[in-house]
Every structure is written in C-alpha cells, then in structure tokens.
Design a protein around this ligand. Structure first.
Ligand code: SF4
Length: 78
C-alpha cells in the first residue's frame, strides 16, 4: 500500500495499522477533505476494529509471553 494513495481520513485514522485503508476495490466514497476515495465499508471497519482492538492487543501481548494457547486464553480471561 502506498500511503500517497490513501485519503486524509485514513492517514489520520488510529485504526490504519489494522485496516490498512481497506481494499482498493471498495474505495468509492469521497469526503470534502480531498479528492481521494475511501472505502464504503469505513464505518463498519471502525466499529469492528474498535471492538477487537483491545482483545487483539491482549492476545498479542500474551502470545509473546506464553507458547501454549490454553495459557494464552487463561491469561486473557483472568
Ligand atoms: S477505518 Fe476507515 S478511515 Fe480508518 S483506515 Fe479504515 S477505511 Fe480508512
């Protein structure tokens, strides 16, 4: 992905590392900030990635700490 191809809303989005600006084929909405299209699924991605962000961060943290999946799950639930 080239960052120059992303709309300002994506470049300024705190979910960019998770969403990656979404699939280029789905970028056909425009806002008033620039003439660069963004994904029509943006609002859904925001809801989804906001919902999984914290559990995903916990999973990544504990997956570095533990090798066994049951230990990871136990630590996340604690
Ligand atoms: S959630 Fe929306 S604004 Fe954020 S990077 Fe994805 S498409 Fe762009």
């Amino acid at each position: 992905m080239q960052k120059s191809n992303l709309a300002k809303r994506c470049l300024n989005c705190d979910l960019l590392k998770l969403c990656n600006g979404a699939c280029p084929k789905d970028r056909f909405l425009y806002d008033d900030n620039d003439g660069i299209p963004y994904s029509y699924l943006c609002e859904g991605y925001k809801d989804y990635f906001s919902y999984i962000k914290e559990p995903l961060q916990k999973f990544l943290y504990y997956s570095r700490k533990y090798q066994n999946m049951s230990d990871i799950i136990r630590a996340i639930k604690a």
